[in-house]
Design a protein around this ligand. Sequence first.
Ligand code: R5P
Length: 323
Amino acid sequence: MERPGIKHLMLFTGSANPELAAEVAKLLDIELGGVERGTFADGEIYIRFTESVRGADCFVIQSHGTPINEHIMEQLIMIDALKRASAKRITAVVPYYGYARADKKGRPREPITAKMMGDLFMAVGADRIASVDLHTGQIQGFIDAPFDSLTALPIFEEYLSTRLDGPITFVSPDSGGVKRATRFAGRLDAEVAFVYKRRRTDVRNQVVASQVVGAVDGRHCIIVDDIIDTAGTSIASANLLLERGALSVRVLATHGVLSGPAIERLREAPIEEIVITNTLPISSDAMALPNLTVLSVAPLVAGTIEAIFNDKSVSEIFRGENT
Ligand code: R5P
C-alpha cells in the first residue's frame, strides 16, 4: 500500500494575539484552523479543534502577553489536543516567549523559568519551537529539539535605513545586549555603546543606570532592547545618555510588553521615538502615544513557517543573523 506524500500545513492561533496570526495566515494564503474554546466556571480552559488534524504539520501561534499564565496554559492545552488528535508534527510559534528573563539563577534558590518553559512545551508534545528575539540565545539549548530563533532586526533595519541622519550610536541598555546593538551598528554603519545597569534585588522592575561605555556625546543614540516592560530600563538609560551629551534618544524594542506604569512613563520621557513590533497586541492607550511606531513581524513569522513546512533554511531569511 502506498501513502501519498502530500504534506498539509495547518495554522492555529491562541487568544493572545489573533490579529498577528490573521496577518500571518493571510501572507501564507491559508485560513486559520477552527478552534472551539471556552472556560469552565472555575477558570479551567477548554479547547477542541473543529476539524481533523490527523497527519498535518501543525503550527500553534501564541504570544505570552497578559494574562501571561493563561496564555501559556492555553497554548500547552492546544498542543496537547493536537498531539492526541494525531497531528504529524507540532511547532509552537511563540512570538513573545514568556518567563525567558529567568534564564539562570541570579540568587540562590531561584528558578530557571526559561528552561521550565521548554520542558513544558516538550512534555505536552511540541516537536519544535519558533520564537522572535529571545531574551538570550542560549534558551535555544534548553530543549532537546529544534528551536528556530527569529529576529526582528531586518524589519527594524529597513525602517531605519531611510530615517537616520548624522552620527549614530546604537546603545545596549545592559551588557547582555551588546551583541544585539553591535549587529544593528554593523548593518547601519554606526558606533556601539552600552549602559551599565543594576537592578534592585529587593524590588522588581527597579533599574539604576549609572555608567555609559562608548561614544554618545554629540551623537544620536538609539537604545536597542528585546523588551520594554515597565519602561524603567529605557527611561533610565535615555536620561543618562542625554546627561552624557547625546543629541537625541530613540528606543527600539521587539516586544512591547508595556505593563504597569510603562505608558504613563513613556508619555513623559525624553525619547524622540519608540519603535516596537506587534509580537504582542498593543493597547489603544499605547497606540495613542504620539511617538510610538509599531512594525509588523508577520512577514518574518510567515516566511519562517513556510520554510519549516517546506524543509527550507530559516537562517537564510535572516542572512544568518538569527542565532
Ligand atoms: C532585561 O534584561 C531586558 O532586556 C529588558 O531591558 C527589561 O526586561 C526591560 O524591563 P523594564 O522595561 O521593566 O525596565
